[in-house]
Ligand binder design. Structure first.
Ligand code: PBG
Ligand code: ZN
Length: 319
């Protein structure tokens, strides 16, 4: 008689039949670098996460490297913003300076640079604006310029998060022309217009000054359209695909994994992190159990890598 409980009788047995694993060497840890000095500024809505100035970011990176986390995803908080987001593609911008410093001091740490304008524009949108409209094609050259500038600073992977149409092909072409043929693009392809980005926008000071991001980020109701986005980005030259957020979008991760043969990255976003931390600090949930369960769900759905603010905690738990 079939009894599925047979394989659950001992820990050794359960370990042997376990289908999926969360591994530290597949985690990516987001890091916020800010202009200024002597900063390790806690982000209120993300307990445990700080913005670091370049003279103090080593404190955090030492922890990352000691934990065995192979990669960071860099976000910049510049000291000035303007209409055209010039801080993003300034060769001496905050991310460029950070990448140069980090690649010098931590040679083996993989540095992924998020490419977007919203942290650098005075209006907080991810593209150029005219008459209240977020322009697509006019934004593309600026994204390409930003990507090349980051690659030149030493970024190992370029991760465009703006959701403008055709940005992957424009960035790919610009990277190739600048000699960065082997710099991969990790594209935010299935990126939804989500309420879960709230704490990140506190952290990166990147909330839109008017309106919302619904004309460029995806409608949370659409699954089939996510596959179209992924297909398009792969055709344009994406090397890896990000699905974001993760927890309310596990079906999207599964669908991508069933349809495409490309590494998938699940982005366990700021709001997902904040909810778990808040409940855990009230003693309402077992943080370790809940986080590991969330992450194994992403692996089971088909994610290869996971971007998560929990990475340092997870690494500690797995040691
Ligand atoms: C910038 C960007 C955002 C996130 C990653 N890159 C915010 C947004 O699109 O508003 C969200 C990350 C998170 O919530 O952890 N485009
Ligand atoms: Zn943006």
């Amino acid at each position: 008689m079939d009894r599925t409980r047979r394989l659950r009788q001992t820990a050794v047995m359960r370990d042997m039949v376990r289908e999926n694993h969360v591994r530290v060497d597949e985690l990516i840890y987001p890091v916020f670098v800010a202009a200024g000095e002597n900063l390790a500024q806690p982000v209120e809505s993300m307990p445990g996460i700080c913005q670091y100035s370049l003279d103090r970011v080593a404190e955090e990176l030492d922890r990352v490297v000691e934990a065995g986390i192979p990669a960071i995803l860099l976000f910049g908080i510049p000291d000035h913003k303007d209409e055209v987001g010039s801080g993003a593609y300034d060769d001496h911008g905050i991310v460029q300076e950070a990448v140069r410093q980090i690649k010098k001091d931590y040679t083996n740490l993989l540095v992924i640079a998020d490419v977007c304008l919203c942290e650098y524009t005075s209006h907080g949108h991810c593209g150029l604006i005219k008459d209240g409209i977020i322009l697509n094609d006019e934004t593309l050259p600026l994204l390409a310029k930003t990507a090349v500038s980051y690659a030149r600073a030493g970024a190992d992977i370029i991760a465009p998060s703006d959701m403008m149409d055709k940005r992957v092909s424009v960035i790919r072409k610009a990277l190739d022309e600048a000699g960065f043929t082997y710099t991969p693009i990790m594209a935010y392809s299935a990126k939804f217009a989500s309420g879960y980005y709230g704490p990140f926008r506190d952290a990166a000071h990147s909330a839109p000054g008017f309106g919302d991001r619904k004309t460029y980020q995806m409608d949370p109701a659409n699954g089939r359209e996510a596959l179209r986005e992924v297909e398009e980005d792969i055709a344009e030259g994406a090397d890896m695909i990000i699905a974001k957020p993760a927890m309310a979008y596990m079906d999207i991760i599964k669908d991508i994994s069933n349809s495409f043969n490309i590494p998938i990255v699940a982005y366990n976003v700021s709001g997902e992190y904040a909810m778990v931390k808040a409940a855990a600090s009230n003693g309402w949930i077992d943080e370790k159990k809940i986080v590991m369960e969330n992450l194994i769900g992403m692996k089971r759905a088909g994610a290869k890598m996971i971007i998560t603010y929990h990475a340092l905690d997870v690494a500690r738990w797995l040691m």
